[in-house]
Design a protein around this ligand. Sequence first.
Ligand code: HEC
Length: 141
Amino acid sequence: MRRLKTGLLAFAAAVSMILTVGVSPVAQAGEWPTDKECKKVAKDADSVIKGWCVAVNRRGGNCLACHQAMVSPWPEGFPTGGNIAPPLVAMKARYPNREDLRAQIWDPTVKNPNTSMPPFGKHKLISEQDIDNLVDWLLSI
Ligand code: HEC
């Protein structure tokens, strides 16, 4: 009997661990809103979610017009990104210095004068706050 109890406790602990891990911000089901759902995202929402919303907003960053973004799970029925630019993936590993990533969004023409990527900050296409939120989001994927 005692053994059974210990076994059950271990099982319960394992289940609760899985549940806790399952609630980590990026893995939660329905975590990434579609562009329509983004309109209902609260003003005090997490900067990571706000950054994603800037990226998917066609009148905002519109990053998905050119890039695919490796978020999971992908929002159901939401069109995947374009493939004329490198996929936005493993950003934290590739951009250990946050400022480098911000600079790429602020003015990509510094690195590549012929790039098709718009200079979002330099031309004030989106706000500085939007760029900060974008960087927060990118560093989370
Ligand atoms: C019109 C197409 C287009 C749009 C829109 C666009 N990009 Fe890009 N982006 C590119 C291209 C093309 C490159 C490849 C490098 C280059 O040409 O300078 C690039 C490169 C990058 C890079 C560096 C490459 C890498 O994987 O590290 C980052 C980061 C990036 N884009 C982020 C963004 C974000 C964030 C947005 C939205 C705010 C965005 N891009 C919108 C075309 C685009």
